[in-house]
Design a binder for this molecule. Structure first.
Ligand code: ATP
Ligand code: MG
Length: 465
């Protein structure tokens, strides 16, 4: 693992702002360092997402030293320092050194004790590569990156070796906070690291206790795993370490479910799904990622070997509808918002419709393209085809149409409205919906060009009484 830092990361506004915070704290006689993820990323030569500061100053002192602050995590002693002239985007999280003491609920420390010892603060952190401190003032003076690191946990060695290792005794640390098991997996996937064998053994052992963590926090960790660009590795690790069977038992049943070899030369439903996950880009929408994970979740329950023909044939009749029902249960269990649930279910529900496009009426195609966030449907179809037979003709066609066609073509100003029907002598009632739909279909087909055309067509098909 290369360990270096491109100079631009040390000149960014975020870095300079955090440096200013450390300088102010140190000038006032306190210890202050960069801590956690940003140190790891600086050593890896990756641009840190944000710079967190850890200090011996207590939260009230931090608040008194800076003009603009917000107590975001009062219980944990975390103060947001908003830089001069900046806004929340240029805010630095400043956390007082602490010792988290005992955990009895498997989620949160019972009481937090502030400390003036940086070593204590590091020992309460989760994994060694996240447990280093960096002294930016020392670095300013010496230009020696390595010499400016405070490493009480051998984080630097693990970074070089590419190892995710719990700080301290793994079983104890995971027992304290079960979410750490998911974080270990996420960082292993994100960084392409192996999980140390004792750490992995502790996770496997404690996996059934993951239910002590709230569904929302589990969901958010999984969404991060799915959208950080290493979703396949993350889900393979979750599976290997017995976490997946606890969190998403439905997904585990995809293992060993064979598929017709002509359409799916890649293998079973699990392998196919992992190939989709492998193609998810960092920063992709979480709804798309969940759609990819769950698009074939109805296959295990609908697998059938049809022996009625000359050759036996594998079928998954109704897998889409069954999949939507299973996914609904999963998404409710993980407390997804209604909006995200709707989109993920729509992705699953429509994923097989691309195959019908050559037979679709023009109006049906336009209605299909009108689905909210159609772009995600397109992307899922691309992921799906690229992860089996590789035929992308329909995807290409629909993508070109979607991008080239103005939206008004698909949702034009309607020639015939309810008012037009009433004026033409139709009585308002439940029939209106299908009459209006027929008129809109004809318009989308290009079969009518005016209100008069539309009413003529309606008179032909529907009587006024
Ligand atoms: P990212 O780049 O994703 O922000 P990060 O390492 O900064 O990664 P955060 O979730 O922002 O991760 O947490 C900041 C730091 O706080 C971590 O580096 C780690 O030292 C510590 N930490 C976070 N969550 C836990 C936890 N559940 N248990 C122990 N330490 C934790
Ligand atoms: Mg962070």
């Amino acid at each position: 693992m290369a360990v270096h830092t491109p100079i631009e990361h040390l000149e960014s506004i975020a870095y300079r702002t955090a440096l200013g915070v450390v300088r102010a704290l140190t000038s006032a006689g306190h210890q202050a360092f960069f801590a956690g993820g940003c140190v790891r990323d600086l050593l890896l030569g990756i641009e840190p997402k944000d710079f967190d500061v850890a200090t011996s100053a207590t939260p009230d002192i931090v608040q008194s030293l800076f003009p603009r602050t917000e107590a975001v995590g009062a219980h944990f002693g975390v103060i947001l320092v908003i830089a001069d002239g900046g806004d929340e985007r240029h805010a630095i999280e400043v956390a007082t050194f602490r010792n988290d003491g005992a955990y009895t609920d498997g989620r949160r420390p019972d009481a937090v004790r502030f400390s003036t010892d940086p070593r204590e603060d590091v020992l309460r952190r989760d994994i060694t590569v996240n447990g280093m401190l960096f002294d930016p003032l020392r670095f300013e003076q010496t230009d020696d990156l390595d010499g400016s690191i405070l490493d009480f946990v051998n984080g630097r060695d693990d970074l070089k070796l590419g190892i995710i290792r719990a700080i301290g005794e793994p079983a104890r640390r995971f027992a304290e906070d079960k979410l750490r098991m998911l974080r270990a997996v996420r960082f292993a996937a994100r960084l392409g690291f192996d999980i140390d064998s004792d750490t992995a053994a502790a996770i496997t052992e404690l996996a059934p206790e993951i239910h002590q963590v709230s569904a929302e926090r589990v969901r958010d960790e999984l969404s991060r795993m799915l959208t950080e660009g290493h979703a396949r590795r993350a889900f393979e690790l979750l599976d290997e370490l017995n976490l997946l069977v606890e969190i998403l038992p439905e997904a585990v049943t995809m293992h060993g479910v064979e598929q017709p070899a002509d359409w799916h030369p890649e293998g079973d439903v699990w392998v196919h799904t992992m190939l989709l996950l492998e193609k998810l880009k960092p920063g992709c929408p979480a709804t798309l990622a969940w759609g990819a994970l769950l698009h074939d979740i109805g296959k295990p329950a609908t697998y059938q070997l049809d022996r009625s023909g000359i050759l036996p044939r594998i079928r998954f009749s109704g897998h889409v509808e069954v999949g939507v029902r299973i996914a609904e249960v999963i998404l409710r269990r993980l407390r997804f918002s209604n909006e995200d649930t709707e989109q993920i279910l729509a992705l699953i529900k429509n994923h097989m419709r691309f195959g019908d496009v050559p037979q679709m009426k023009e109006s049906t195609i336009k209605r299909f393209l009108r689905l909210p966030n159609f772009n995600e449907h397109l992307q899922l179809h691309w992921l799906d085809c690229s992860s089996c037979h590789g035929k992308l003709g329909i995807w290409q066609l629909m993508k070109e149409r979607y991008e080239a066609e103005p939206a008004e073509e698909r949702r034009p100003q309607l020639f015939v409205t309810g008012r037009d029907l009433i004026n033409a002598g139709y009585k308002p009632g439940p029939r209106f919906k299908s009459i209006l739909e027929a008129a809109e279909d004809a318009q989308l087909e290009g079969a009518i060009h005016s209100t008069e055309d539309g009413l003529a067509l309606i008179r032909d098909r529907f009587s006024t009484s």
